[in-house]
Design a protein around this ligand. Structure first.
Ligand SMILES: Nc1ncnc2c1ncn2[C@@H]1O[C@H](COP(=O)(O)O)[C@@H](OP(=O)(O)O)[C@H]1O
Ligand SMILES: [Mg+2]
Length: 359
């Protein structure tokens, strides 16, 4: 007889122990599965960090789902951008001046696109950090639900989920790239963009052209719906540069590649990255290199950086440093973007902007 008057049967104890073992096994195998699904992305995304790893359903996000929502956000934001432009009521304002003294413009297209894009992503992934170009008005909240459908083209390219810890993720939204050109009704330059960085590295990029209804997306070590062109001219490259924040970029390009170098002034960082790729849109110009010399913000460049990286290309500062997509909003060292070229050789060819005063 047990002390409380309960009799323990040996069979009951054995069944109880077996049940306990079963529960332990279940928990442990789930933990291992979580570890392995994260491990698959470890080298690039996890940064090889030691320490506790979140299990698949606690504190993790699936990058394939993030890609689906990012594409949807870029398209829905783009619908707002198009609608406002077609209404011809832009409510154009200045947010101030850039360091070089250009107007930093904002329109209803920027604001309404930002609202759609931000709340779609925030509602689907409440625990991730989202940095966006425009102010988000908490009083003007809009809950937009994602229907949890991953488009067929994404499922075809990326056949398994890719879980990463939510805390390692930073999302960058540009609700309207080429605002200056948007106000001038130069529609082909305008894009909406979403980028997902993991541990500061650009991993997912979406660039959408609302007026052509063309969308490019790519995931590093995942897949893409866009590719590089078959060849590029490395010796006499056509160089695409800013038309409204150019600084001394033309002088830098001519000094580096010779006075006969073809320079294409164009609006939008998204548009200029697409100029390096094989894009079917007929409004898209083509170039071999993208160079920028003035200050620029991370929401302008992260998506292009991720797409180029996924396709084997590079986007770095002019001195060849990788750009980290965490922390501060901007980068100081200019930009060099290339694909299917010897990027480091191009970096060596460029003048040191600090020394030549071309910044
Ligand atoms: N010197 C600078 N300071 C601030 N933003 C800059 C900049 N140079 C470029 N940008 C931003 O980078 C994007 C691409 O620039 P550009 O068209 O001149 O190549 C534009 O983004 P937005 O249109 O989203 O504001 C532009 O405002
Ligand atoms: Mg913008």
């Amino acid at each position: 007889m047990a002390p409380m008057g309960i009799r323990l049967s040996p069979l009951g104890v054995a069944v109880f122990c077996l049940l306990g073992l079963g529960v332990l096994y279940h928990l442990y195998s789930g933990f291992l599965a979580g570890r392995f699904s994260l491990f698959g992305l470890g080298g690039e995304l996890g940064g090889g960090a030691a320490g506790p790893v979140a299990v698949a359903d606690a504190g993790t996000v699936d990058l394939r789902e993030m890609l689906a929502v990012s594409v949807l956000a870029a398209v829905r934001g783009g619908d707002e951008v198009r609608r406002v432009r077609e209404s011809n009521v832009l409510h154009e304002k200045s947010k101030g001046k850039t360091r070089e003294g250009a107007e930093d413009k904002m329109t209803s297209g920027d604001v309404l696109s930002n609202r759609k894009m931000f709340y779609l992503l925030k509602t689907a992934f409440p625990s991730v950090q989202i940095n966006t170009e425009e102010h988000v008005d908490a009083n003007d909240k809009e809950v937009i639900l994602w229907d949890h459908k991953i488009p067929e083209d994404i499922l075809k390219e990326i056949t398994t989920p890719k879980e990463v810890p939510a805390e390692s993720v930073t999302v960058w939204i540009d609700p309207l790239d080429a605002t200056q050109e948007y106000t001038e009704d130069l529609r082909k330059y305008v894009t909406t963009m979403v980028c997902v960085a993991v541990n500061g590295k650009p991993v997912l990029g979406v660039i959408h052209k609302p007026f052509s209804e063309y969308t490019a997306w790519a995931m590093v070590d995942g897949g893409s719906n866009v590719k590089a062109r078959s060849s590029y001219s490395e010796k006499t490259p056509k160089i695409i540069v800013s038309r409204s924040h150019s600084g001394m970029v033309k002088q830098v390009a001519l000094q580096t590649f010779g006075n006969q170098t073809a320079i294409i002034p164009a609006g939008g960082a998204g548009y200029k990255v697409l100029a390096l790729l094989d894009v079917p849109d007929k409004t898209q110009e083509k170039a071999d290199l993208y160079i920028h010399v003035t200050y620029i913000k991370k929401w302008d460049i992260c998506a292009g950086n991720a797409i180029l990286k996924a396709l084997g290309g590079h986007m770095t500062t002019l001195s060849g440093e990788e750009i980290s997509y965490t922390g501060s909003d901007g980068i100081e060292g200019g930009l060099l973007a290339s694909i299917k070229m010897n990027h480091q050789a191009l970096v060596r060819k460029l003048p040191d902007l600090e020394k030549t005063g071309h910044k």
